[in-house]
Design a protein around this ligand. Structure first.
Ligand SMILES: [Zn+2]
Length: 331
């Protein structure tokens, strides 16, 4: 694919191709917006367009050696850094101790980035480093990284990708050209997902994806829902203590429970099953609560999501969420 094939992000693409047309590619950019809407895809294809050997207009050819190497992550001048890759490379597990909820970029990751950036491009036009989940840096890493941003090496581009840009220090954010990405409209979402999702599941998954096709494609949302329902039932019946594996799981569980609460409000008003996003009427039937109480619960889930970074204690969170959910769901 090429930059132009990134679906549903016309505004971002316009800005990106503008930088190519004017030959004014910045040295640092921040791609921000929800998970699963195409930020990383756009970053990779932007890198291809910059280093393409036979660009088509202001986009990549998607055929030359450079384009192919970038696609297969073997281009010596283009590096995508993810938390997983850093963890592998630096045995981060040992370094951050046992707590699996606290993966973050350590300072070694920044040193690695600098090492690559300060060499001149090997075969491409620019050295490009794409950092996924860039907001998850520890304080030492962020400070070291700020220095790199203050004095960017020539012919280099750093693209930070973040679903939570507010968590980046202001000092880092202000040095980047910020490009915002938005959830996709229904049609675009369907277009991206149609290759990956069974026709029969499409409507359900489409709703659940809420404009984030990348999430729908990378996860089996149907299985996810079953798992969610199982956990919720255990929670309401008080049968298990804490069924969440890690912070990531709490986060997506809170997302799903928010959708459920939304369903409860809507069903309470319209009484129509077709209005439900999660489509599991069983779990909300018989619930007779005031919309206001449900909305309060919804807001509490959103607040908890915001607190996840502050090392919420898992079992205390579980008990707290149980109390709220029992309050709105017990018949
Ligand atoms: Zn090319």
């Amino acid at each position: 694919m090429a930059l132009k094939d990134v679906i549903g992000q016309e505004r971002a693409l316009r800005i990106l191709s503008g930088t190519l047309r004017r030959d004014r590619v910045p040295s640092a950019m921040l791609f921000s917006g929800d998970s699963g809407i195409g930020k990383r895809l756009a970053a990779i294809n932007y890198a291809k367009a910059i280093n393409c050997m036979q660009p088509k207009g202001f986009d990549c050819c998607d055929e030359c050696v450079s384009c192919r190497k970038i696609d297969s992550a073997t281009h010596p001048d283009v590096l995508t850094i993810t938390l997983e890759s850093v963890e592998d490379a630096l045995s981060l597990k040992e370094k951050t101790g046992k707590d699996k909820n606290r993966y973050e970029y350590p300072i070694e990751a920044v040193h690695k980035i600098e090492e690559i950036l300060y060499l001149s491009p090997y075969e491409g036009r620019k050295k490009i480093i794409i950092i996924d989940d860039a907001d998850v840096m520890n304080i030492n890493a962020a400070n070291a990284f700020l220095k790199t941003l203050e004095e960017p090496p020539p012919d280099s581009l750093i693209i930070l990708i973040s679903a939570n840009p507010d968590r980046l220090p202001d000092t880092i954010r202000s040095r980047c050209v910020n490009i915002k990405f938005y959830p996709l409209p229904l049609d675009g979402c369907k277009g991206v997902m149609s290759e990956h999702i069974d026709g029969k599941d499409m409507d359900f998954v489409l709703n659940l994806a809420m404009g984030r096709p990348g999430l729908a494609v990378s996860m089996d949302l149907v299985k996810e829902r079953e798992r969610f329902t199982g956990t919720l039932n255990n929670m309401i019946r008080g049968e298990s203590k804490d069924a969440w594996a890690d912070k990531g799981e709490i986060n997506s569980w809170l997302d799903t429970v928010s959708v459920l609460l939304r369903d409860m409000v809507v069903y309470g008003i319209s009484g129509k099953e077709t209005d439900l996003i999660l489509g599991n009427r069983q779990s909300i039937i018989g619930v007779r609560r005031e919309a206001k109480d449900i909305l309060d619960a919804y807001q509490e889930m959103q607040r908890l999501k915001g607190l996840l970074d502050f090392n919420l204690n898992k079992s205390i969170t579980w008990n707290y969420v149980s109390t709220i959910m029992k309050g709105v769901m017990e018949v």
